[in-house]
Design a binder for this molecule. Structure first.
Ligand code: ZN
Length: 81
C-alpha cells in the first residue's frame, strides 16, 4: 500500500470515529436544549449533512473555520439564531 492510500484510509477511519462522537454530542444537545439549537447544513464539498450548535440569543453570530467530519475538507461557517 502506498503512503497516499494509507493516509487516506487513516483519515477516513479518523473521520468515522469523529462522526460517531459528533452524532452522540448533538443527540445530547437536542435532548437537553431542543432541536432548535442544532443547525444542519450541507457541506459545500460533499453535500453531507453537518451539524453545528446555534447561538441562543437573537442577533448573536458565530463564525469559524470548520473541517467536515464526513469528507475532511475545510470550509468557513457563519451561524446565527
Ligand atoms: Zn464534506
Amino acid at each position: 500500500m502506498d503512503r497516499t492510500t494509507k493516509s487516506k484510509r487513516l483519515l477516513k477511519r479518523s473521520l468515522e470515529e469523529i462522526t460517531v462522537k459528533v452524532d452522540a454530542y448533538f443527540e445530547k444537545i437536542e435532548a437537553k436544549y431542543g432541536s432548535h439549537r442544532v443547525a444542519k447544513y450541507p457541506c459545500p464539498h460533499c453535500q453531507g449533512e453537518i451539524k453545528a450548535l446555534r447561538p441562543e440569543e437573537t442577533g448573536e453570530v458565530w463564525d469559524s473555520m470548520v473541517q467536515c467530519n464526513l469528507c475532511g475538507k475545510l470550509h468557513f461557517k457563519v451561524i446565527d439564531k
